[in-house]
Ligand binder design. Structure first.
Ligand code: 5GP
Length: 196
């Protein structure tokens, strides 16, 4: 087992982040997904406690007030956050954690870690990766092709994507997901090289 990493993965929706993460998680037992909390409703066959912890606004607010989140943000009108216990639970067993969070969350983590001592295991293992589509036109085609969202929702996601892509320079590593296999190898190699 290698060094335990705190891997933050950020991407605009439709960039292929979930498929890349699923492949990585399927291949390596020592990389564990951090299940976030959200106030949005479950979609499709999503399961509470597996995909997200689905909370009411009041439950979410209670955890904010109790200081239980390492980061939290509003994304597409709903609240999302990562519990400190989730991340620490995974890393204290020597495993690496993958956090699939937005640009705001990534910034909060960077800011917390910049204040932490150099001996902090999260600081020592921090790796932030941005996954980007080859172009906005390609992203539009992918979102239209999924057929999951109304046109106005797609346009809103594309506007968000433009804003998020403008922040890619903040990340240590940028993976362009043009060809899935190439992007996957790049993602896997950057993680395993630091870990091993
Ligand atoms: P979705 O609702 O499609 O699952 O996720 C929408 C967005 O919320 C994605 O960009 C995802 O990365 C982000 N997100 C999911 N969990 C968290 C979290 O715990 N914190 C933050 N800041 N963003 C999150």
């Amino acid at each position: 087992m290698g060094k335990a990493l705190l891997i933050v993965i950020t991407a605009p929706s439709g960039a292929g982040k979930s498929s890349l993460c699923d492949r990585l998680l399927g291949e390596y037992d020592d990389i564990v997904y951090s299940i976030s909390c959200t106030t949005r409703n479950p979609r499709g066959d999503e399961v509470d406690g597996e995909d997200y912890f689905f909370l009411t606004d009041a439950q979410f607010e209670e955890k904010v007030a109790a200081g239980q989140f390492i980061e939290h943000a509003v994304v597409h009108d709903y609240r999302y956050g990562t519990l400190k216990d989730t991340v620490m639970g995974i890393m204290s067993e020597g495993n690496s954690v993958i956090m699939d969070i937005d640009v705001q969350g990534a910034r909060q983590i960077r800011s917390i870690l910049s204040e932490a001592p150099d001996t902090d295991i999260m600081k020592q293992g921090f790796l932030d990766i941005f996954i980007t589509p080859p172009s906005i036109e390609e992203l539009r085609d992918r979102l239209l092709g999924r057929g999951e969202d109304q046109l106005d929702v797609i346009e809103r996601r594309l506007d968000n994507a433009v804003e998020e892509i403008a922040c890619e320079k903040e990340f240590r590593c940028v993976v362009v997901n043009d060809d899935f296999e190439t992007a996957y190898r790049q993602l896997r190699d950057v993680i395993r090289n630091i870990m091993d």
